[in-house]
Design a protein around this ligand. Structure first.
Ligand code: HEC
Ligand code: HEC
Ligand code: HEC
Ligand code: HEC
Ligand code: HEC
Length: 202
């Protein structure tokens, strides 16, 4: 993934973002970035929690995904249904924590968060004509959780809600093509990149 995220690209992207995004989203983004830096800080209490989590190990993926189902919960039908609607990240499920964290360095991330995901995923965005703003800037974490999620594909919110985090609903619905929407955004748009304008599915 060399050549990604150069200073030049970043500043171009910043321009695009400033041009297109609502003030509301800019504020949210700034706050989240702030939160990321805050939570990766080194307060002793946090460190203790992080370390004990690592040394105690994590619950079995099935139990974890059943959202607090507790011991043995993975055996009942309800828990199985919860698992099938949710998702656990491959390397988290297989306890490959070192795929992303540096255990020797207090479990900090191996790479900055905007580069981390590209270590294992390229999403075939190389050479695509249209790359979605947050994807180009490595903002995977805005839509996906790194460990697990209650929703498919590790998404941080269900269905169209993830899109409305940044795109004002009223302005989306103003467009003629979005009148009487009965299907989800993802039926027509690719969330990452496309050869078609407006990220339309190929
Ligand atoms: C795909 C990459 C990835 C893998 C694999 C991974 N993590 Fe993480 N982890 C992250 C990211 C990204 C964060 C958020 C860091 C931040 O906000 O600074 C995080 C945060 C954490 C935190 C801080 C508290 C929290 O939940 O936000 C702990 C503790 C943690 N991970 C433990 C683990 C353990 C234990 C494993 C292995 C079972 C693991 N991680 C596997 C990417 C990963
Ligand atoms: C250490 C390698 C590694 C890193 C780093 C990594 N992933 Fe993954 N990811 C995997 C593997 C392995 C799978 C499972 C592949 C499969 O099942 O096809 C996966 C699957 C996924 C899926 C599909 C999950 C599903 O339910 O189908 C998503 C979404 C995803 N990763 C997002 C991310 C994001 C976002 C990051 C950065 C925070 C990231 N990955 C970083 C290895 C990695
Ligand atoms: C705007 C929200 C958004 C952003 C940002 C985003 N994704 Fe996704 N991603 C999705 C959605 C929605 C899906 C569900 C699959 C679909 O409908 O195509 C998905 C699916 C995936 C999958 C599984 C299916 C596939 O296409 O391989 C992987 C892996 C993945 N994303 C990785 C990433 C990585 C890595 C990044 C950052 C470079 C990222 N995503 C950024 C919304 C997003
Ligand atoms: C993190 C904020 C964010 C999220 C979440 C997000 N977008 Fe975007 N989106 C942007 C930005 C920034 C642009 C403008 C830059 C660009 O053209 O890529 C954009 C552009 C687009 C465009 C192209 C508009 C044009 O004028 O070419 C489409 C279509 C789109 N988004 C659809 C979606 C869909 C569908 C989702 C939900 C899966 C989604 N977006 C989620 C930030 C976001
Ligand atoms: C039936 C297919 C379809 C669905 C479903 C759909 N779109 Fe679109 N979308 C389009 C088409 C076609 C365009 C190009 C519009 C044009 O040519 O003006 C577009 C354009 C866009 C644009 C850029 C132009 C604008 O109006 O700002 C955004 C952003 C966008 N869609 C977001 C979304 C979101 C968010 C959803 C889900 C709530 C969604 N779309 C659902 C077909 C669809």
């Amino acid at each position: 993934m060399t050549g990604k995220g150069t200073v030049e690209e970043t500043s171009d992207l910043a321009k695009i973002i400033y041009k297109h995004m609502s003030i509301r989203w800019l504020a949210v983004w700034t706050l989240s970035l702030g939160a990321v830096f805050m939570f990766s800080g080194c307060e002793p209490k946090t460190n203790y929690k992080v370390l004990s989590f690592f040394f105690d190990g994590v619950p079995e993926p099935g139990k974890t995904a059943a959202a607090g189902g507790g011991e043995g919960a993975s055996n009942d039908k309800k828990a199985v249904q919860a698992v099938s609607k949710s998702s656990v990240h491959g390397p988290f499920a297989s306890k490959n924590c070192e795929g992303c964290h540096d255990r020797a360095a207090g479990n900090k991330l191996l790479l900055p968060i905007d580069k981390l995901c590209f270590k294992c995923h390229d999403l075939n965005i190389e050479g695509k004509k249209w790359v979605h703003g947050p994807v180009a800037s490595g903002g995977c974490w805005i839509c996906h959780n790194p460990h697990r999620s209650a929703y498919p594909f590790l998404l941080d919110a269900p269905g169209d809600k993830i899109c409305y985090r940044c795109h004002e609903e009223s302005s989306v619905l103003k467009n003629e093509v979005h009148k009487d929407l009965t299907i989800g955004c993802l039926e027509c748009h690719n969330p990452h990149a496309s050869q078609q304008k407006f990220l339309l599915r190929e």
